[in-house]
Write a protein that binds this ligand. Structure first.
Ligand SMILES: Nc1ncnc2c1ncn2[C@@H]1O[C@H](COP(=O)(O)OP(=O)(O)O)[C@@H](O)[C@H]1O
Ligand SMILES: [Mg+2]
Length: 349
């Protein structure tokens, strides 16, 4: 029996069994009534009298049924009113007579679903408020800093050759932070409103990562870090949106350089059966177990001040996660505090 057919069958059987008490009551009542009327009319019992008896009985049963249904409907209406007025806090308070057990189950399901929907909406609302609070805070920080430097310059520091250039440079660095934040925010909002359109194609992964690593060579060198690219042995083609992947891997490389003081950063591709595995590995500060579970959250940074000082927005990994998930893949991280981290993901061949 198919699933639906077996469910229908079960609900019919349970419908019959839940109506059984009424049916029994009706049969007993009809029997009693027949006995009473028959004994009263025993002597003059005719066919006409028999029909009249059946009609009267039927009318009485009908009235009885209407009365029963009315009472049951009353109970259903009271229950629905209590639910609407939020007087019911627990599922166990939803109770209907035995004959309406099916309806009781359906109302319980509806009540549960409504609660889940409301909880979900409340969670979304909370996340939205938190996000707004975070955005305002993140915007305020560079704006206050820029304002501070400009005011100090206007109040006389402009003529102080010891500090004027460095103040202007600092203000300029904060405008860069502001710019980074705005472009990350635009990306996040595009992703969340579903406006981020991906265009999937096969492309040569070695070529993409080679050009990407050479973009970051200068920055790595300025920190005395080795930036190594280990290409795939074979020149394989992987499937994805090349530009979005450039942005994601670029973010991972930037992080690896930012959070590494000594050693190296290695970008590599390894061919697997149906996939290519791309990884960015560093010998940097690493991450604790607890931080590992949170780094993909928006605005989460292990060290807020440090991240901001080096131009971080706390949105980079949230964007990376979205991009990789849009490729039906997942970013994996392994890390050891003080020893380094590895961020990796798979792409289809
Ligand atoms: N390679 C890494 N090594 C150590 N910590 C990292 C690394 N990449 C990311 N993190 C941590 O994860 C946080 C979130 O990263 P991200 O979203 O890119 O924001 P940020 O703008 O701060 O770089 C960073 O602030 C940092 O604390
Ligand atoms: Mg980052």
């Amino acid at each position: 029996m198919s699933d639906i057919a077996s469910r229908n069958f079960k609900s019919r059987i349970s419908g019959l069994t839940s109506n059984l008490p009424i049916l029994i009551e009706l049969i007993v009542l009809q029997f009693l009534l027949s006995v009473i009327v028959y004994s009263a009319l025993r002597d003059s019992f005719t066919l006409t009298a028999f029909f009249i008896l059946v009609i009267i009985e039927s009318i009485l049963f009908l009235l009885f049924l209407i009365y029963k249904r009315d009472k049951e409907l009353g109970k259903v209406i009271t229950l629905i009113k209590r639910i609407t007025n939020k007087e019911i806090s627990d599922q166990s308070e939803i109770k209907l007579p035995q004959s309406l057990k099916n309806l009781e189950t359906e109302i319980k399901l509806m009540h549960k679903k409504n609660r889940e929907d409301i909880d979900y909406l409340k969670k979304l609302e909370r996340m939205r408020s938190e996000f707004l609070a975070n955005v305002s805070h993140e915007l305020r920080t560079p704006i206050f800093a820029i304002q501070g430097y400009l005011e100090t310059l206007l109040n006389g520091a402009l003529n102080d050759h010891e500090v004027n250039t460095s103040f202007l440079e600092k203000a300029n660095a904060h405008t860069q932070n502001l710019n980074n934040l705005l472009s990350d925010l635009i990306d996040i909002s595009m992703i969340e409103t579903g406006e981020m359109r991906l265009s999937f194609r096969y492309f040569e992964i070695n070529e993409l990562l080679d050009s990407l690593t050479s973009e970051y060579e200068q920055i790595a060198q300025s920190k005395n870090l080795k930036l190594i690219f280990s290409p795939c042995q074979k020149n394989i083609k992987l499937y994805g949106d090349k530009n979005k992947l450039r942005q994601a891997v670029g973010n991972l490389i930037q992080n690896a350089i930012k959070y590494t003081e000594n050693g190296f950063v290695e970008v590599s591709v390894v061919e697997e059966k149906n996939f290519g595995r791309i990884s960015v590995r560093d010998t940097g500060i690493g991450l604790s177990e607890e931080d590992l579970t949170r780094i993909f959250e928006r605005f989460y940074r292990v060290d807020k001040a440090r991240s901001r000082d080096i131009g971080g927005t706390g949105l980079g990994l949230a964007i990376v996660k979205h991009i990789i998930e849009a490729h039906a893949s997942q970013v994996k991280v392994t890390s050891q505090l003080g020893a380094g981290s590895e961020f990796s993901f798979h792409l289809k061949k």
